[in-house]
Write a protein that binds this ligand. Sequence first.
Ligand SMILES: O=C(O)CCC(=O)C(=O)O
Length: 258
Amino acid sequence: MSPSINLPVCLEDARIKVLPTAAFYISDFISKEEEEVLLSKINRTNALKIQTAPKPKWKVLSHRRLQTWPSDLTKNNSLLDSPLPGWLRDPVASRLLECPMNMSNMKQHIFSDSPHGGPNHVLINEYQPGEGIMPHKDGAAYHPVVCTVSLGSSLTLEIYETKDDGTRETTPKFRILQEPRSLLITTGELYTDYLHGIAEVHEDVDLDHITIANWDLLRSPEIYKQGNFQRSTRTSLTYRDVIKVSKLGAKFSMFKAR
Ligand SMILES: O=C(O)CCC(=O)C(=O)O
């Protein structure tokens, strides 16, 4: 194992204790070399797709770029059965499945209770400084576990409560700082009841041990001791298990270039 990886013995050791339901943060989940390989795959994939298919893999949205692997969900929220490409399975997905939940049951991992026992879908989002994503919920298509690996730059994810009338509070209830090469896992009510988003700012401010829920789990809290951080390009990979999978996909996927 690369020395720059630092995995806890079990996820329980990486729990973000101030959050209402199980959420975990591992600052050194992948190495610098693995981060570089992932970034080159994400961008080379794009170049290859341009050569072999008219539609580029990146979807340019108004405030970020997005890739969807192995494919977009259908209108009824199902996934056409197709494996994730090898570079999205190893090292991230395989490492997620190897990390035990707690010491009392070393065989249980974060996807043990999910419909397919592991992630089958990855969204790749790229944010330039000043870009972000509006607060939202991920909805019913997925099992309520989201595993996010961050590449390139730090930024804060903001978690919002909803008011009794269903509208969202204006200030976030919690903020989680995600460093490059880190893994964040959110589950349960954080998935079902709270909204999450990324502010469209160039700089994250008001960073300290009180405002940042995972401060004690950060790799390099000293970087943020002035209380602010200037963002650069940040790419995230979010691994999820899509509940409905249509077997039709298997037939067509063998004809697709990967
Ligand atoms: O990029 C991220 O960390 C968040 C992405 C996100 O909110 C989503 O994919 O639903």
